[in-house]
Design a protein around this ligand. Structure first.
Ligand SMILES: C[S@@+](CC[C@H](N)C(=O)[O-])C[C@H]1O[C@@H](n2cnc3c(N)ncnc32)[C@H](O)[C@@H]1O
Length: 289
């Protein structure tokens, strides 16, 4: 198989199924290609439930990709992509995976089964969540991010001093209060589960170095890529859906022209985006070309 990425501002963007693309990456880079992976996978929560959207009752329907296939099949899918991500990580690399209760327990179990070393579970608190219309549960007001190293032997990167500085001189806790994406972050179009840039900035600043190779196997609207470019990291993204792939490309192209206007504040490193990153690929050749 020969899968060619599109290159935008030094980022390599693949449209396709991350299982296939990761298999190819791993075949070409048997010792690992990435320093950091951020994965925001399907949460499997679009199953006929209801939520509150702009003050009105609405069906939870993020798309066919988000429908549950049953606990066993969901877990097998999680194991499959996590196993490929583990192989695609360099020996000291780490992965972050976000999720709600629908998926995060399976992800945590799969990480343990595969021999990752779990470093932290971070709670991302939503300050202003939609109300629970059924009034039979607490209002869902958080997501979990699990941070794990490739193996028990990994010597993972943690930019402790930067995090402490960002937290006003106190150790950064594992509870993060970060606002949802601002309107400017949706100016090129909307993704139903778009993550805030500020969340990705923190993840990337905490656990990678400038110049590192970052992968997002479920890229969506490209938030991880945008934060990575902004902070001077290299980026590889994979997205199955044509329209979200197009949206990610638009966001990254605007970033490269300095016309994004999504950045309320630039990365706190003060790093600006190089017009062309030093090396467009994670090694001499494109990772899966
Ligand atoms: C939770 S969303 C990611 C949103 C993203 N973090 C953002 O900020 O926009 C998951 C994305 O994964 C994509 N997806 C689902 N299955 C996939 C697969 N097997 N390979 C690649 N992408 C997939 C979906 O189309 C969706 O856009």
């Amino acid at each position: 198989m020969n899968i060619e990425p599109e290159k935008i501002n030094g980022a390599e963007l693949y449209r396709g199924d991350c299982l296939k693309i990761l298999e190819d990456v791993v075949r070409r880079h048997p010792h690992g290609a990435f320093d950091l992976i951020f994965a925001d996978p399907p949460y499997f929560l679009s199953n006929g439930g209801i939520t509150c959207k702009s003050g009105r009752m609405a069906k939870v329907d993020k798309g066919a990709w988000d429908k549950s296939r049953g606990a066993q099949e969901n877990h097998e899918f999680n194991r499959a992509w996590l196993s490929l991500c583990q192989k695609a990580l360099k020996p000291d690399g780490t992965i972050w995976v976000s999720g709600t209760a629908h998926v995060i327990h399976s992800v945590g179990f799969a990480l343990q089964q595969l021999g990752f070393k779990i470093l932290n579970d971070v709670t991302w608190v939503k300050r202003n969540p939609p109300p629970n219309l059924s009034c039979r549960y607490f209002t869902h007001a958080s997501e979990t991010l699990i941070w794990a190293a490739k193996s028990a032997k990994s010597r993972h990167v943690f930019n402790y001093a930067d995090m402490k500085k960002d937290n006003g001189g106190k150790q950064m806790k594992s509870v993060w209060d970060i606002l949802p994406p601002a309107a400017a972050e949706k100016k090129f179009g909307k993704h139903p589960t778009q993550k805030p840039l500020e969340l990705l900035r923190r993840v990337i600043r905490a656990s990678s170095k400038p110049g590192d190779a970052v992968l997002d196997p479920f890229m969506g609207s490209g938030t991880t890529g945008l934060a990575a470019l902004e902070l001077g990291r290299r980026f590889t993204g994979v997205e199955l859906d044509k329209k979200y792939f197009a949206l990610a490309k638009k966001r990254m192209a605007a970033e490269s022209r300095g016309k994004n206007g999504e950045n309320g504040k630039r990365g706190r490193d003060g790093l600006s985006v190089p017009s062309v990153l030093p090396s467009p690929s994670v090694s001499a050749a494109p990772v899966a070309a």
